[in-house]
Ligand binder design. Structure first.
Ligand SMILES: Cc1ncc(COP(=O)(O)O)c(C=O)c1O
Length: 372
């Protein structure tokens, strides 16, 4: 059997090679590298794919969060409620803006933000302490969070809502695509993400015309049409034409790739149900399957056994954000029980569109062999 890779960008490249090479050569000849027509074309394609009125490309998923929070006016005094079980970028941008990340526990089954824990945490604050505050829900491992409920909570408490969809581009709820599920959605095109480029990249999606205009201005140093007129404080978070060309090439095969991810996940589900805790998918919710993450108390021993059998795995994430040295000061020290338990039990198995079914069955067999 061929080597099992955790993700396989080389195989993917062999599928899009001529298309992407041609586009990149055209950009090299054009001399237009930052923003410009190819970036605009990618933004149109992304807006069309998600059905969001605006898709604004930026330099990374982290910057997508940063420019969104800045455009919403989040800063000193703002609280931003986020799940503790997430990647560091979700928390970091809040702290960088001088706002306060407020860590919330996650749901035992979906691993996304727990609506009960969220309401409880918000209720710790007086209304007057929550002016210009926000919730960032994260679609962990590709599974969209429970936006119907989270949106109601946000409206009820007068909070902005951002979806950190770095891992879930391509997912959906009741046929509404990620990008359209929250007033503001951010994603990442980091090479290992479901839709990725060959470097850093990201995008913000919204239907709000004024917010979109602000975000476009902020990603280019706070300018409008005149490049030497700075009407607000911004940053450099621009996307570049070469990465936009890669996104356009990969969008052509994206739905097919999502189908292959789904197929792999279904085989894992069928083979591993009852052996380890398999991912929970709620009705009408489609995951983009960025990762297939199982849970077992014997995680570390299982990981060692799989490594010995040439099966690569990853631990997303070994530590909750509320326990990280840099962020402890924002937390009251109360345990976030589910997040802490997950950190000791989760293990992500290889999943990418170019895995053969034989490989998926082999990984499943090895997991079963270890669990016994
Ligand atoms: C949940 C989440 N948010 C944000 C990011 C940041 O994206 P980027 O690496 O493109 O800055 C990531 C990337 O791994 C992520 O997983």
């Amino acid at each position: 059997m061929e080597t099992i890779n955790f993700v396989d960008l080389k195989k993917q490249y062999s599928v899009i090679e001529s298309d992407v090479n041609e586009s990149l050569a055209a950009i090299l000849k054009s001399g237009q590298f930052i923003l410009g027509p190819v970036v605009e074309k990618a933004e149109d394609a992304l807006s069309q794919y998600t059905n969001a009125n605006h898709a604004i490309t930026v330099s990374s998923g982290t910057d997508a969060l940063f420019v969104s929070l800045l455009a919403l006016g989040i800063g000193p005094g703002s609280k931003v409620f986020i799940p503790a079980f997430t990647y560091t970028a979700t928390a970091e941008v809040i702290a960088l803006l001088g706002a306060e990340p407020a860590f919330v526990d996650v749901d035992e089954d979906t691993y996304n933000i727990s609506c009960d824990s969220l309401t409880e945490k918000i209720n710790h604050y007086q209304r007057s302490e929550l002016s210009n505050s926000a919730i960032i829900a994260v679609d962990l491992f590709g599974l969209p969070a429970d936006y119907n409920t989270i949106y109601d909570i946000a409206v009820n408490f007068g909070l902005h809502l951002i979806s950190d969809a770095a891992q879930s581009f391509g997912g959906s709820i009741e046929n509404q695509k990620v990008g359209k599920l929250s007033p503001v959605t951010t994603t990442s095109f980091y090479p290992t993400k479901p839709l990725s480029c060959y470097g850093d990249g990201g995008a913000v999606f919204t239907d709000d015309d004024e917010l979109a205009m602000k975000i476009k201005s902020i990603r280019s140093h706070g300018i409008t049409d005149n490049p030497y007129e700075n009407i607000r404080i911004g940053t450099n978070a621009r996307f570049d034409a070469m990465q936009a060309a890669v996104i356009l090439s990969k969008l052509k095969i994206f739905d097919e790739e999502l189908g292959k991810r789904e197929n792999t996940a279904q085989i894992y589900n069928q083979e591993l149900k009852g052996v380890v805790k398999t991912p929970t998918i709620t009705n009408q919710v489609k995951s983009a399957w960025a990762h297939y993450t199982i849970r077992t108390r014997d995680r570390d021993e299982l990981r060692k056994f799989l490594t010995e059998n040439n099966i690569p795995t990853m631990i997303y994430y070994p530590k909750g954000m509320h326990e990280q040295t840099a962020y402890k000061k924002y937390h009251n020290g109360n345990p976030l029980i589910v997040s802490e338990k997950l950190c000791g039990e989760v293990l992500s198995l290889p999943l990418h569109p170019y895995m053969s079914e034989d490989q998926v069955y082999y990984v499943s067999e090895k997991v079963k062999e270890f669990i016994g």
